[in-house]
Ligand binder design. Sequence first.
Ligand SMILES: [Zn+2]
Length: 164
Amino acid sequence: MKQPPPIAFAPTALAHQPAAIKPGELTGCPWHDVKTKLRNVGLRPTRQRMALGWILFAKGDRHVTAEMLYEEATRAKVPVSLATVYNTLHQFTDVGLLRQVAVDGSRAYFDTNNSMHHHFFIEEQNELLDIPASDVVVGKAPVPPEGYEIAQIDVVVRLRRKQP
Ligand SMILES: [Zn+2]
């Protein structure tokens, strides 16, 4: 049987691509830039989306759970419920502003870096660290069932401290 070609980890392999931000569109002002981001993907910049978007996107690349974001929002005096945080995270994911990282069944992590990359997961700290896409080569991808193609391969490498 002929082997399928290796999977290319090109950004085009991503299922969702957010609308491209045109040069000059971002001003460096986080509030304005969040508004632009939301508008570009067709989401109305409501007060809650703006507040959560600002917390998410103004601090560089990060990985958060709904609970983490809810806690931060509460600390920042943003009046928002955990359910709204969940909904907003999923809306942002659906339009490609965030990428969901499946680490375990009980917790969903959302990644503000939606470019193709992989993750280390430090089990004791429940912390995700980025691995550049080029650092992981999957030698042999499984053959998808008839009628399907592989949209994306996410690699999570679990870490624990070395035993002394
Ligand atoms: Zn990441």
